[in-house]
Design a protein around this ligand. Structure first.
Ligand SMILES: [Zn+2]
Length: 284
């Protein structure tokens, strides 16, 4: 699953390239989108904005039409100049939005729909999203309340649950829990408020750092770094490093498949040890 920073960067890059321009061409592999395009043509509409909400990308067109897309595991948006060679085969194209200066192509985007503003405000998945780690107005207290509603879930799963907090993917999850020195399998109910807040704060910092670092790329998993090392071989603390020595203590990094999607969690069994939460009082 792409991280929130990937979607956020994609939205920002698309916004810079497309906003204010008129659509000169629209194509899609989704019959439902093409039907709407026939009834209410997209060509000629102004692209008003492109933004991210959690892992949803929203492209707002004039005349009350919004393209919502979700990348899931393999989808990505690319931006090209007209005539420029695509980096992915044309058969992977799912959506194309062109202006006179740019061609935005959604490759392997699994979910896309055209909505009105009213549809969007009632959208169940968007309404259910927890606070967005990359939003400037971030309500950490709300995240804490949502976490506390899942006391039996492992913190690693809670951090990926977009209904608790939106934006973290699998890489940031493992990296965050290492930096926060929290055992990924410890249930939320066994962690203190301070521990949970530290985890959320680290996740936010990591995502923000990656947004600032990499303004240009739109593709997932490109060059994310959390260690601050300038060595390109040492970008991440634990993710993808199963069996290799921990960069802090030398212990072999462990990995295990967890959760419904059997996503790999990486951790250091020495640096990330469960600690009892009773040492710290828990607020109501
Ligand atoms: Zn370690």
């Amino acid at each position: 699953m792409p991280e929130g920073d990937t979607i956020f960067r994609a939205a920002r890059t698309l916004h810079r390239a497309l906003s204010g321009a008129a659509i000169t061409r629209f194509e899609s592999a989704f019959p439902a989108l093409n039907r709407i395009d026939q009834d209410r043509p997209l060509t000629g509409r102004i692209i008003e904005s492109v933004s991210a909400r959690g892992k949803h990308l929203l492209m707002v067109f004039s005349g009350d039409l919004i393209l919502r897309s979700h990348m899931r595991m393999n989808g990505s948006w690319h931006i090209y100049r007209p005539g420029e060679r695509w980096q992915r085969p044309a058969r992977d194209m799912r959506i194309l939005v062109a202006t006179s200066d740019f061609v935005a192509v959604g490759f392997n985007v699994p979910i896309a729909e055209l909505l009105t503003g009213r549809d969007l405000s009632r959208h169940q998945q968007l309404k259910a999203l927890g606070p967005d780690l990359l939003a400037s107005a971030f309500d950490a207290g709300d995240v804490l309340r949502r976490m506390r509603a899942h006391p039996g879930d492992a913190i690693a799963d809670a951090l990926l649950n977009q209904r608790i907090v939106a934006g973290a993917g699998n890489v940031i999850k493992s990296e965050t829990l290492f930096i926060a020195a929290v055992d990924p399998f410890q249930p939320v109910g066994a962690l203190s408020d301070a521990d949970l807040m530290r985890v959320v704060s680290v996740a936010r910092t990591q995502l923000q750092a990656n947004v600032l670092d990499r303004a240009h790329t739109l593709s997932p998993a490109f060059g994310r770094r959390t260690t601050r090392s300038l060595d390109p071989q040492a970008k991440l603390w634990v993710y993808g490093r199963g069996g290799k020595p921990c960069r802090k203590c030398g212990t072999a990094i462990q990995s295990r498949k967890t959760g419904l999607d059997a996503r790999l969690t990486y951790w250091c069994p020495r640096c990330q040890v469960s600690r009892p939460a009773d040492a710290e009082p828990r607020s109501g």
